[in-house]
Ligand binder design. Structure first.
Ligand code: BT5
Length: 258
């Protein structure tokens, strides 16, 4: 992908999911930079078949098709690029300070204000040789704080004032553009990884991670070059490739303060 990515924005009142729409378009050869924006999704999705809920008009729901030349181990940087752009956009368009909760949430304090879902299609042709089609989607709660019990918040709630969705969207694309360019060079990727470390609020926290069949509790101490979370547990350092993380309060599940 070259340094002059052009965003072609397609706006919809309703789609099943902006991610599934763009994955279909990717298979038909749509170019990098194609963007889908929807007021409402009938079947917005999160990771592992979970749902992303957002009443019509209440959130920013969009996805971007990228075709970076990346090793599979670096694909997490696509999620990082969009999440980092969203942190900037929340600051620039709403004055809200957010951070990235590993692996794919934007949080304000402990409350989830957005979620990112990047999906690759290794078979979709149409990009440069060696490139992979990746659809990166984000749902940002603008006026609705998310489903009851999910621990979410909205940008308007966090800002204490109304937030314009279009302004947020423009800020997101502006902040995304240089990070998309960064994906294609080793130096750019190193920069993104570094930036992610700086914005990842999970690092340094005591966490509980639910894995298939077991729970890891310890202090999140770092990210590996392929984006896995390192957790210093009583039994040694664990490398977590994927999972749901809970940030623990002090004294909750890890014994005395360290
Ligand atoms: C995510 O998944 O957080 C990724 C969400 C990505 C959504 C965008 S919207 C545009 C694009 N098109 C799509 O179809 N998807 C992307 P995960 O980490 O699995 O979190 C999902 C969980 O978050 C759910 O199981 C709920 O508990 C919770 N949740 C659902 N809707 C929420 C909301 N609006 N605010 C806060 N939490 C929510």
């Amino acid at each position: 992908m070259s340094g002059d990515l052009h965003f072609d924005v397609r706006r919809f009142e309703e789609l099943d999911s902006t991610n599934s729409y763009l994955l279909d378009e990717a298979r038909r050869g749509a170019p990098a930079g194609t963007v889908a924006l929807a007021d409402h999704q009938r079947a917005g999705r999160g990771r592992l078949g979970r749902q992303w809920e957002s009443p019509p008009g209440s959130g920013l729901l969009c996805s971007v098709l990228l075709r970076p030349t990346l090793e599979p181990a670096s694909l997490y940087l696509v999620t990082a690029a969009l999440a980092l752009a969203a942190v900037d956009a929340c600051r620039d368009a709403a004055g809200v300070r957010s951070g990235i909760k590993w692996p794919n949430d934007l949080v304000v304090g402990e409350a989830k204000v957005a979620g990112v879902l990047a999906e690759a299609d290794l078979t979709a042709a149409g990009g440069p040789v060696g490139s992979v089609a990746v659809v990166a989607g984000i749902g940002v709660n603008v006026t609705w704080p998310g489903p009851p019990g999910a621990g979410g918040t909205s940008l308007a709630e966090a800002a204490g004032r109304p937030v314009e969705r279009d302004r947020l969207f423009d800020a997101l694309l502006s902040a995304l553009s240089p990070r998309v360019d960064a994906l294609d060079s080793p130096r750019g990727r190193a920069g993104l990884a570094e930036e992610l470390r700086g914005r990842c609020v999970t690092l340094g926290r005591d966490v509980r991670v639910e894995l298939a069949g077991r729970t890891v509790i310890g202090r999140a101490s770092g990210l590996t070059p392929d984006g896995h979370l390192l957790v210093d547990a009583a039994s040694g350092t664990e490398e977590v490739a994927a999972g749901d993380v809970v940030h623990l309060r002090r004294n909750e599940g890890t014994g005395p303060d360290r």
